[in-house]
Design a protein. Structure first.
Length: 202
């Protein structure tokens, strides 16, 4: 029976670089179609692509991750998922930066098993602790920004006089929908979205 190699790449935001993780896995001979890339928080395992990956994994397959925190950042969740993957689904896991955790070679002695387990729990703890540290730093940054009067969130979109005038003309029946869309060079969905934004404009 042929077993398949998969890799799971996760980052929390689209601004993070995934090229290093992808390069590691392609260098290991894992085809790009088997490299699952997901942009999602690691705080829980309710992630669309991760759940899809669980559906396609078969007994004997191997799942590669660059580090434990790419799998997740929840201590209890990591331990639970590790058990599910290795005991229930019976797949192998290879952790690039912690080969002691690789499950394709069984611990030879009781001390080997002990070192494996304690490493898994230690790295799972570190993964969640770092998540809390990141959140604390974000909160501190937001607090400082507010104290300095720095605007937060997305910048407010300023609508042009042409947009406002055209929408009002359409709403008042001066021009029809087609004319209004042509004036603003918008498709219907975008036009209605703009109209909804400006509905309370006076």
């Amino acid at each position: 029976m042929t077993h398949t190699k998969y890799a799971y790449v996760r980052v929390s935001s689209k601004h993070q670089n995934i090229s290093r993780q992808i390069k590691i896995f392609t260098n290991l001979g894992i085809c790009k179609s088997h490299i699952i890339i997901e942009i999602a928080s690691g705080k829980n395992f309710n992630r669309r692509k991760y759940l899809q990956l669980l559906e396609i994994l078969q007994e004997g397959d191997t799942l590669y991750i660059s580090s434990i925190d790419r799998l997740g950042r929840d201590y209890d969740g990591i331990i639970s998922e590790w058990h599910k993957l290795t005991k229930e689904l019976r797949i192998n896991i290879k952790v690039i930066d912690s080969p002691i955790l690789d499950t394709d070679t069984k611990p030879l002695t009781l001390i080997d098993k002990y070192l494996h387990d304690i490493t898994l729990h230690t790295l799972a703890f570190q993964a969640e602790q770092e998540w809390h540290n990141i959140k604390d730093r974000q909160k501190a940054g937001i607090t400082i920004a507010k104290e300095k009067g720095v605007p937060l969130g997305r910048p407010k979109i300023v609508r042009t006089e042409k947009e406002i005038y055209t929408i009002k003309a359409w709403q008042n029946g001066v021009i029809n929908l087609r004319e209004a869309m042509q004036k603003l060079n918008l498709k219907k969905s975008a036009f209605y979205k703009l109209a909804n934004e400006l509905k309370d404009f006076s």
